[in-house]
Ligand binder design. Structure first.
Ligand SMILES: *Cc1c(COP(=O)(O)O)cnc(C)c1O
Ligand SMILES: [Zn+2]
Length: 421
């Protein structure tokens, strides 16, 4: 009953996009129609989705499916989206990390573990929303330039949706990420260049192939909305409240800005109390253009050439860099970076304290959390959430030299006792 009452009376031609009404320029605020566009026709600024939200209750959300579609009314998707085959990402666990908290000297810490998604990274969230948009826009090929995790997510989602996929990756990517993409079928193209070269090529192809949906290029406004669900879930899983501090990895910066958007929307809709929160960004020093701009007090981000083991975060020219700086400064957060050695130590620390095996991006985030505490930038007395966005099984090389058997013995009791165990 309440669902019907809460549905806004005006159902436009845009039913295909749920409560989304237009694309809004993040630079100049001008509006344009929902379509396969990502740049403002007035100023070439980046576009994001604008909505007319219905009144929504916690109970309505709680009665939805245990995946991102429980938030369908807050996403640019049709109401019956959950009935259409997709990979059903989201509603990953939020664990109270008491051991890691004591190791770091924090009072209350949670790990949001997005390695539990269907292809083991947070990218399944954004791809699910991009795929929904591609369908409504009549685009027939799902494509992307990727640092690895996105390639996994696109290939898997396209397989399940029964549509063609073409993904482009730098040829020096981790072997695991190449295999875990190729296994889903579709077409995988290895490009001899950095991610930024691959991205440039993808933009060029997107301009020529009108029926291809490059999830993070021409349907990027829809894609990035998927990241809001990370913010929604954290708040819902905390019992419908916002955390005081959150640490988020930064590649293009989309995820960080959209977690902020998600928190803000929940507050505006009265689903949580509008309590203050601080957002912190985490980068690898070998690719830390946003951390560098933050430290220097700049508003623009100077591109860098990435050199780090955290390949999933290795975007040297991050599209959302300036918006990350804005969010972090407005919420009294910071952007920090950590070395490859600190990243490896971060992976070990999380695994040994909480039994969570993160990929390099998770190592970046945990190590950055540690550094933020040690440098007094993050308040150890305030409740903190740290995101693990990917699975360590995809980046085994990162820890291959650090861990192994304590002993190798013959199958005899004598040999066993010789180990001193
Ligand atoms: C893509 C990715 C991110 C961050 O993505 P943004 O481009 O900043 O939105 C974080 N962690 C992992 C594991 C990723 O694959
Ligand atoms: Zn504009």
């Amino acid at each position: 009953m309440s669902t019907l009452l809460n549905t806004p009376p005006r159902r436009s031609a845009h039913d295909a996009f749920g409560n989304a009404r237009c694309l809004v320029c993040r630079a100049c605020g001008s509006e344009q129609e929902l379509g396969p566009c990502y740049a403002c026709i007035e100023c070439f600024g980046p576009l994001e989705v604008g909505y007319e939200f219905p009144r929504l209750t916690r109970a309505e959300i709680e009665s939805g499916p245990k995946n991102i579609w429980r938030y369908r009314d807050l996403l640019p998707v049709r109401r019956d989206i959950a009935t259409i085959p997709n990979t059903e990402p989201g509603y990953t666990r939020l664990i109270k990390a008491n051991n890691l908290a004591s190791a770091l000297g924090l009072k209350a810490l949670w790990v949001k573990d997005d390695s539990g998604n269907p292809t083991h990274s947070f990218k399944d969230r954004v791809v699910a929303v991009a795929l929904a948009a591609a369908r409504e826009l009549g685009l027939h090929v799902l494509a992307c330039p990727s640092t690895g995790n996105l390639a996994n997510a696109v290939a898997a989602a396209a397989a399940r949706a029964g549509i063609q996929s073409v993904v482009f990756v730098p040829s020096d990517l981790e072997q695991a990420k190449i295999l875990t993409t190729a296994v889903y079928g579709g077409t995988l193209v290895a490009v001899e260049g950095t991610y930024d070269d691959v991205n440039k090529l993808a933009s060029e192809i997107a301009g020529e192939r009108a029926d291809w949906a490059f999830v993070n290029v021409n349907v990027r406004p829809y894609y990035s909305e998927g990241s809001k669900t990370l913010g929604y879930e954290v708040a819902e899983q905390l019992g419908w409240r916002l955390p005081r501090q959150v640490v988020i990895p930064v590649a293009s910066g989309s995820q960080l800005t959209k977690v902020n958007k998600g928190f803000a929307e929940l507050g505006r809709l009265g689903l949580v109390e509008q309590t203050p929160y601080r957002i912190f960004g985490a980068q690898a020093t070998g690719c830390s253009p946003v951390a560098a701009a933050f430290r220097a007090g700049h508003d623009v981000v100077a591109p860098v050439k990435p050199d780090t083991i955290a390949k999933s975060l290795a975007i040297g020219n991050p599209a959302d860099g300036p918006y990350v700086l804005d969010v972090v400064r407005r919420t009294d957060g910071a952007v920090e970076s950590v070395s490859d050695e600190e990243i490896r130590a971060g992976i070990s620390l999380l695994a040994r304290t909480e039994g969570v095996f993160a990929e390099t991006a998770g190592g970046v985030t945990v190590a950055t959390l540690k550094k933020l505490v040690e440098t007094g930038q993050l308040d150890p007395e305030q409740e903190t959430v740290v995101l693990n966005t990917g699975d360590g099984l995809k980046t085994l090389d990162a820890i291959a030299d650090r861990v192994g058997p304590a002993a190798t013995i013959q199958p005899t009791y004598a040999d066993f006792t010789a180990t001193g165990l």
